[in-house]
Design a protein around this ligand. Structure first.
Ligand code: NAD
Ligand code: TDX
Length: 340
């Protein structure tokens, strides 16, 4: 298969590309990424020379570029490209609408025109809104997004499903809970906490710290997306989650303990506006229909992740200093578009 992965220089997209090239050695992957602040080609350094992988810097909202890429013969699109950080969406919603809504709609249009045979839209549990103390999100839970980020992701989901209904497009959607693991940009809770703790800096906790998230190790999500890509039913939504719910404060106290640091570094700060109280995913559908289940316990996943950040300090030092943004110019721009 020849895959177009968008947003492949980000956290989940890069882990997905590494997973796919490891598990499908004859596949070809084109990674289309705009390289916003969140895109980091250093995540994919290990496959730079691979004949099965090419990188193109560009915007998913650029219909001409997307069309040229699809003309090279793309079997499936997996759309990870997005503005993904809730806090940024509160400060600058327009960027979220441009990429997450208009960008997705452009990709859908071009994929329709070029008769791409599979389109996997990567979405989030946040489209369902916030839960009380009990219950879990299923695929039929009503959408009730509360942040500009989740509203833009819900819009993209609805467009994707509308393209399936209206144009019979082969669209599938995954809605995943909070991912963690290697290569996550240190603005998100876990990598921020781990890197700050290594530097003995405070770890900010919003509000009372009792907001609950449902955590999944990123490679387990990559495996689930692979399963949906190959075995999922067109027009369907698949929730992906591992069932590890934790309040933020309890998660961070576990991390502090695993790293042998002091709880005095935990600092409560002003809450995020519109902060969803609890997410919990019911993954029964993908487990029962596609035979997927997560492999990594939260305990093992956290230890692996902490070890990774400890062993890859240069990676996050270069993010914190801004050096990582030079990787494209230093290694790619002179070579031109490798896909052509
Ligand atoms: P990320 O912010 O780490 O990466 C996003 C990538 O998209 C970056 O490489 C960025 O450069 C690229 N990008 C942004 N705008 C683009 C554009 N217009 N054209 C091309 N590329 C563009 O995000 P992530 O955490 O890896 O999330 C990937 C996807 O998974 C997103 O769609 C997100 O909504 C979804 N998701 C993430 C999580 C999570 O916990 N991180 C959970 C559920 C769903
Ligand atoms: O410094 C922090 N302190 C804090 O208490 C940060 C960055 C976050 N938090 C809280 C907010 C959330 O309750 O921790 C929780 C996790 O926050 P984020 O890492 O920002 O993730 P979240 O808002 O839950 O969204 C994530 O999961 C769903 C991803 O960023 C989204 O892209 C994904 O769709």
């Amino acid at each position: 298969m020849k895959l177009l992965v968008t947003g492949g220089a980000g956290f989940i997209g890069s882990n997905f590309i590494l997973y796919m090239l490891e598990h499908h050695k004859d596949y070809d992957i084109i990674n289309l990424d705009k390289l916003t602040y969140a895109g980091n080609l250093e995540n994919l350094k290990s496959i730079d020379g691979s004949t099965h992988y090419s990188f193109i810097r560009g915007d998913i909202a650029d219909a001409k570029l997307v069309g040229d890429i699809m003309d090279t013969g793309i079997d499936a699109v997996i759309n990870f490209a997005a503005e993904s950080h809730v806090d940024r969406s509160i400060l600058e919603p327009a960027a979220f609408v441009k990429t997450n809504v208009l960008g997705t709609q452009t990709l859908l249009d071009v994929a329709k025109e070029k008769h791409v045979s599979r389109f996997v839209q990567i979405s989030t549990d946040e489209v369902y809104g916030s839960l009380g103390a009990t219950g879990r999100f299923t695929e039929t839970t009503c959408l009730h997004p509360n942040s500009p980020y989740s509203a833009s992701k819900a819009s993209a989901d609805m467009l994707a499903l509308a393209y399936h209904e209206t144009f019979n497009m082969p669209v599938l959607i995954t809605r995943t809970s909070n991912n963690y693991g290697p290569y996550q940009f240190p603005e998100k809770l876990l990598p921020l906490a781990i890197t700050n703790l290594f530097e003995n800096k405070p770890v900010p906790i919003y509000g009372d710290g009792l907001n609950v998230r449902d955590w999944i190790y990123v490679m387990d999500n990559a495996e689930a997306i692979d399963r949906v890509l190959h075995k999922g039913k067109e027009g369907e939504v698949y929730n992906i989650g591992a069932g590890y719910e934790s309040s933020n404060i309890s998660l961070i106290k576990t991390v502090v303990k695993l790293m042998n640091k002091s709880e005095s570094l935990i600092t409560y700060i002003k809450d995020r506006p519109g902060h969803d109280r609890r997410y919990a995913i019911d993954p029964s559908k993908i487990m029962n229909t596609l035979g997927w289940s997560s492999r990594t316990s939260l305990d093992i996943g956290l230890k692996t992740t902490i070890d990774w950040y400890e062993g890859n300090r240069a990676w996050w030092d270069r993010i914190k200093s801004g050096e990582y943004m030079k990787y494209y110019e230093q290694n790619y721009s002179s070579k031109g578009l490798k896909a052509y």
